[in-house]
Ligand binder design. Structure first.
Ligand SMILES: NC(=O)c1ccc[n+]([C@@H]2O[C@H](COP(=O)([O-])OP(=O)(O)OC[C@H]3O[C@@H](n4cnc5c(N)ncnc54)[C@H](OP(=O)(O)O)[C@@H]3O)[C@@H](O)[C@H]2O)c1
Length: 254
């Protein structure tokens, strides 16, 4: 019997890369996706292969439906199956929440195109393959930004709220065949925030985050990958949920 297959969008870096490696370590075959930079995707693919995984590396911008459909077709011809889809690819623009003039309609549209419509398009493209597998799962990578009303920009916050709503609606629509859940990470130690904020602001935010969180900790890509793995491969009776992994940031400290 062929191994189970997981497709992870945006898996050349950060949370997506840690998830691809974890699925490979657990004996799955994986599709590693990137949109711009192939080299890091090939490096992650090599790491996955070192655990015996059959790896397909696919360039596709999830905002482009034709590229989502091409990826799904290539997964079908390469593996002949897909058991789990992780919609991890995301984008943002760093604009202070109070700076309403700093965020245009085009910014909203570009962020929604990847964070919301991209996830929808990937699900639509892979659904026929997912439906063939008993216990198939979809995991959408959201953010606590949607739950606390704060993050890199209002457009990002709203896009992750929309992704949570999409998760709930699709959990209804795709049951009983396919489970649909989301993970909502807090501040993650990945290139995303370091690039977006610059290293000085990143270090300052990290220390205030640690100070105000119950577990006194930011989150690593591997922490999020653990939950992504559980929601995809296990969690047989869980659907429509948004699972927070934030080091206790929302809980706060006594
Ligand atoms: N970092 C955080 O603090 C944090 C917190 C909460 C939630 N999240 C969410 O976690 C997810 C991953 O974040 P990360 O921190 O791991 O980011 P990251 O390290 O910057 O990695 C982003 C990945 O997404 C890919 N990507 C970007 N746009 C894409 C597109 N349009 N189509 C396909 N792939 C695309 C990138 O590859 P290319 O560069 O080649 O496109 C890269 O592989 C995002 O959805 C983000 O919103 C992050």
């Amino acid at each position: 019997m062929s191994k189970r297959v997981c497709v992870i969008t945006g898996s050349s870096s950060g949370i997506g890369a840690a998830s691809a490696i974890l699925y490979a370590q657990q004996g799955w075959d994986v599709c590693v996706n990137f949109s711009r930079d192939e080299n890091p995707a090939q490096e992650i693919a090599e790491q996955c292969r070192s655990y015996g995984s059959n790896v397909l590396v696919e360039q596709a911008d999830v905002a482009e439906d034709s590229q989502c459909r091409r990826l799904a077709q290539n997964v079908a011809s390469h593996f002949g199956r897909c058991d789990v889809l992780v919609n991890n690819a995301g984008t943002t623009k760093f604009v202070a929440l109070a700076d309403l003039e700093g965020l245009s309609a085009v910014d909203f549209q570009q962020i929604y195109a990847v964070n919301v419509i991209g996830a929808y398009q990937m699900i639509r493209a892979l659904l026929p393959l997912l439906k063939l597998q008993l216990g198939a799962g979809i995991v959408n990578v959201s953010s606590i930004a949607a739950l606390i009303g704060s993050g890199s920009s209002l457009a990002y916050v709203a896009s992750k709220g929309a992704l949570n709503a999409l998760t709930l609606g699709l959990a209804r629509a795709l049951g009983p065949e396919v489970r649909v859940n989301a993970v909502a990470p807090g501040m993650v130690d990945s290139p995303w925030l370091k690039k977006g904020l610059g290293s000085e602001r990143f270090v300052a935010l990290k220390s205030s985050y640690e100070e105000s969180s119950a577990l006194r900790s930011i989150v690593t890509p591997s922490d999020v990958a653990e939950t992504i793995y559980w929601l995809g491969a296990g969690a047989a009776k869980t659907t429509g949920e948004v699972h927070v992994v934030d080091g206790g940031r929302r809980v706060g400290r006594a």
